[in-house]
Write a new protein. Structure first.
Length: 151
């Protein structure tokens, strides 16, 4: 993928990020889902990276900063959404997006990275473990909880 770039998303990327989020959550366009990040806010806060191939959006990752009062992951950088368009999967783009999010400069207030995922997607556990994440438990909904210390 020689023409693929990963950069911070801008307001012009909002339609693509919203579409990717809707595809990720499997919901109809324009309907919000609990846990789905507000794309406009995330972009304005600098918490979205977008991958483009030849200028066409093909994937994204975003995160949220969780404060001290967050139940499962206080003071963490929560990787909340990752999406790669199906024709671009299996080529390392998801790995590049994750690494770019980990390499982004984050405020020192947040002590570690965190995420959750569907336990049926065991490949995700292996993927995130390859970045140094470890399984730390399970949410009330049964999702796998993982954390990684900041390097």
């Amino acid at each position: 993928m020689p023409n693929t770039t990963i950069t911070k998303a801008t307001p012009e990327d909002l339609p693509a990020v919203r579409r990717f989020s809707e595809l990720l959550f499997g919901i109809p366009e324009g309907v919000s889902e609990p846990g789905q990040t507000d794309a406009a806010s995330a972009i304005s806060e600098g918490c979205v990276l977008i991958a483009k191939d030849g200028g066409q959006p093909i994937g994204y990752i975003n995160w949220e900063y969780f404060g001290a009062d967050q139940k499962h992951f206080p003071n963490s950088i929560f990787l909340s959404e990752l999406w790669v368009e199906p024709p671009h999967r299996g080529k390392g783009l998801g790995r590049r997006l994750i690494q770019a999010a980990l390499d982004t400069e984050h405020p020192d207030t947040y002590k570690y990275f965190s995420l959750t995922h569907d336990p049926a997607e065991t490949h995700l556990t292996r993927l995130y473990e390859s970045f140094g994440f470890r399984v730390t438990g399970q949410t009330e909904a049964g999702n796998v909880m993982m954390t990684k210390n900041r390097d």
